[in-house]
Design a binder for this molecule. Structure first.
Ligand code: 9WN
Length: 438
């Protein structure tokens, strides 16, 4: 859409500020999440960025997604990082010499170039591609955008549904805490306790830029490194790796449902068979409810495949299935109650904390153990609108835009005080604020 002629002056300022962030973080082919902390291309960041970028330049938004897809593996996997060869290895850990994708991943189809990581992130890409298309369908058609991305996005989802259905229950499992995009969420604590930390030394570049008190701990990193190197040593082959860490995450799978629905629309639009994707979305929705919904807690939970139990924890990932259109009405009601109840109601910002405010592990500034993030707020806002909760969506929309501007587009926010934390000029914060201002 276009800026409303009646938009208040501060909205215009905000829009300009957000646009400046995105222009500043654009490398020529894609957008870095942060110039300092994250100097490469990240998978779900790029999807969120494309959603905002489409309001500035549809061409760039397409390029953002297509440069990520250029890092896709032949087995369909879309890596969580596509490395920029011009950035020195020391700028981010783990760097290409750790992942060794082009060598270690060759048997399962890693490309010779670019270098990438070997794990994945939540599948927001099909939704992003559809929204980019919708921003200018004529331009999209002229460039053959949907026809180019549809087969790749389909292969990506096929990988998740075939190779990653590790529990046999029809959902995709994550095999590393970086995969659901919420590194140190308490949801992983119990499963991670089973992982022996890596013995070797490594240098954490994140601590050059991030506050060590906010970031995951060294012990966490020891385990992240162990899991990733075990995967690498098995050639990133999901059949060969005896995954020590395998969970079904509600946020990840909810996004897969919206992704399948987006693929259905794309396929229909191109005159192909979209029904296959709608059916998959319906089936995934049933599995999500059957396997991850906890009626007593009023929230979705992660399922730990090591012992096939639900993890006793409430996090924002458990609210994200609100984005699923086919969710039963009683579950929608329970989720909106939970959102506004004691576990997630954070009046200082009006955003959604990443973790249960009343939980024993809650920490207001430690990364995914409490802080409020803008991508999850954007998804919850979309979910509220999907289910006709327009007044509630509006409040969240206003909070997101206000807090993004007030904090200089912070990476995350202390939900108790409203203090901006982490990196500033953070790309998805700017992109998603920009999206909601349109
Ligand atoms: C590891 C880039 C990424 C986000 C994740 C966030 C953080 C990386 C890190 O940064 O993860 O992938 O080094 O901490 O948790 O959601 O995609 O912004």
């Amino acid at each position: 859409g276009r800026p409303a002629p009646t938009a208040p002056a501060d909205h215009l300022t905000l829009r300009r500020g957000a646009a400046r962030v995105l222009l500043g973080n654009w490398t020529g082919t894609s957008t870095v999440p942060s110039r300092t902390l994250y100097p490469h291309q990240w998978s779900w960041d790029s999807a969120f960025v494309a959603i905002g970028l489409r309001h500035l330049s549809v061409r760039r938004a397409q390029q953002e997604l297509e440069s990520l897809l250029a890092g896709q593996w032949a087995d369909g996997r879309l890596p969580h990082i596509v490395f920029n060869p011009e950035i020195p290895y020391g700028a981010y850990f783990p760097s290409p010499d750790f992942w060794q994708s082009s060598r270690a991943g060759r048997a399962v189809g890693a490309p010779a170039a670019p270098e990438t990581s070997g794990i994945v992130q939540p599948p927001v890409h099909a939704l992003a591609a559809w929204l980019v298309h919708c921003a200018d369908p004529a331009e999209s058609a002229r460039r053959g955008f949907l026809a180019r991305v549809l087969p790749r996005l389909t292969a990506w989802h096929d990988y998740l549904l075939a190779r990653r259905d590790l529990g046999g229950g029809g959902l995709a499992a994550v095999v590393h805490p970086w995969e659901p995009g919420m590194d140190n969420s308490p949801a992983w604590d119990r499963a991670l306790a089973r992982v022996e930390p890596a013995a070797g030394a490594f240098r954490r570049a994140d601590l050059d830029h991030g506050d060590p008190a906010d970031r995951p701990t060294d012990l966490d990193y020891g385990r992240y490194v162990r899991l990733a190197s075990t995967y690498r040593e098995a050639g990133y082959d999901d059949r060969a790796t005896g995954h020590r860490f395998a969970l079904e995450d509600p946020g990840f799978n909810a996004l897969l449902v919206t992704g399948e629905l987006a693929l259905a629309r794309m396929a229909d639009h191109l005159g192909r068979d979209g029904a296959r994707h709608s059916e998959r979305a319906a089936e995934l929705t049933r599995r999500l409810v059957d396997r991850l919904w906890d009626d007593t807690a009023g929230v979705f939970r992660a399922r730990d495949l090591a012992d096939d139990t639900l993890v006793d924890h409430r996090g924002v990932a458990g609210l994200l299935p609100l984005v699923v259109p086919g969710l039963p009405a009683d579950i929608v009601r329970a989720l909106t109650d939970t959102l506004d109840g004691p576990h997630f109601h954070a009046p200082a910002t009006g955003l959604v904390p990443s973790d249960d405010l009343t939980g024993a592990t809650f920490h207001p500034t430690r990364y995914w153990r409490g802080p409020a993030w803008f991508n999850t707020a954007w998804l919850v806002e979309r979910g509220l609108r999907t289910h006709g909760r327009h007044a509630r969506a509006r409040t969240l929309r206003e909070a997101l835009v206000r807090e993004a501007g007030r904090t200089g587009f912070a990476e995350y926010v202390d939900p108790l005080t409203g203090e901006g934390r982490g990196a500033r000029q953070f790309s998805w914060t700017a992109a998603l604020a920009l999206d909601l201002l349109h």
